[in-house]
Design a protein around this ligand. Structure first.
Ligand code: 13P
Ligand code: SF4
Length: 303
């Protein structure tokens, strides 16, 4: 089937089945042509909580679809390709979070949404890269545990001096691998370019940024800027969308290493098969939904 026919068929089925398609902005950009909402983790969590569709097709990675299921337990939530995991989420599990908490008793735990439902169920509040600073501040405490991303936790620490943030030793291997040398090389070749960085990068890299923010934050920075050149220090999906949307601006992708393989599994064919056969359904036990809902809901209520 050609691309146009695929898109038409997906749109038709979506209507017939009262389905909604959510897409993270690291997905292949052509997914946007069938998506109802495209954005960062926080935006997509909010949409998942609000939708009154019967079926949610999540084009993203497993933890995102699982979060949608927790927020919409009565809806059928589908992930078009089950291979789409998150290497950072896999760095911590129930046993490890319990151990981390036992070593630091009575300290509230902030959990980056890039984590499994089991891990979330052990935490006090979730955050995304867009609201992490605000979430830590909202706790009004002098110490927090932060899981699983030591880089995002470290970035929050650089913004808040009166809270001690004890970070779990996890990271996103893709962002963590980007170096000062990568940035300096691109900056030398493009001296007028603004450097826009995702906070999953190491401190030495975020220190070189003109702006640090979530994927949507980076896209909004471009939208609101009169500058013409940008070095994009995050996954390639963001660059693809910026190049599509701002033809008069130049975007330099930091490195060909900044590609998340998990975000590239889902093709339009998978979305169609997912809708047609209603696969692969995300299931979370009632007990776990209840336990993991509390910290996600608390995050959303912070605003
Ligand atoms: P955002 O929270 O910016 O959408 O990022 C999610 C993610 O997985 C980044 O690697
Ligand atoms: Fe996970 Fe990193 Fe991929 Fe984001 S880019 S989904 S944190 S592995």
């Amino acid at each position: 089937m050609g691309k146009t026919a695929l898109i038409d068929e997906i749109k038709k089925l979506k209507k017939e089945k009262n389905a909604v398609i959510l897409a993270h902005c690291y997905e292949h950009a052509e997914i946007d042509e069938v998506a109802d909402f495209v954005g960062d983790s926080l935006y997509l969590s909010r949409q998942a909580a609000k939708t009154d569709a019967d079926i949610v097709v999540f084009c993203g990675v497993y933890f995102m679809a699982e979060t949608a299921k927790i927020l919409s337990p009565n809806k059928k939530v589908l992930l078009p390709n089950l291979s789409a995991g998150c290497a950072m989420a896999d760095m911590i599990n129930l046993e490890k979070i319990k151990d981390f908490k036992a070593k630091n008793p009575s300290v509230p735990v902030v959990c980056y949404v890039n984590s499994t439902a089991e891990v979330k169920s052990e935490c006090d509040i979730c955050c995304t890269s867009a609201n992490a600073v605000e979430i830590v501040k909202s706790l009004n405490t002098d110490k927090v545990l932060f899981v699983p991303d030591r880089n995002l936790g470290g970035y929050v620490q650089s913004k808040i001096s009166d809270v001690e943030i004890i970070c779990y030793d996890g990271c996103c291997p893709i962002h963590n691998d980007l170096t000062v040398e990568d940035v300096l090389k691109q900056k030398q070749a493009n001296p007028n370019a603004k450097v826009l960085v995702h906070p999953e990068c190491v401190k030495a890299v975020t220190d070189l940024a003109d702006y640090v923010g979530s994927t949507t934050g980076i896209m909004n920075y471009v939208k609101n800027s009169d500058e013409k050149e940008f070095i994009i220090v995050t996954e390639i999906g963001v660059v693809e969308r910026l190049e599509r949307d701002y033809k008069d601006k130049k975007f330099i992708h930091i490195s060909e290493r900044a590609i998340c393989p998990s975000m590239k599994y889902i093709q339009l064919e998978d979305v169609l098969a997912s809708l047609k056969e209603e696969k692969f359904e995300i299931s979370v036990s009632e007990k776990l939904i209840k336990e993991a809902f509390a910290p996600i809901e608390k995050m959303i209520s912070v605003g």
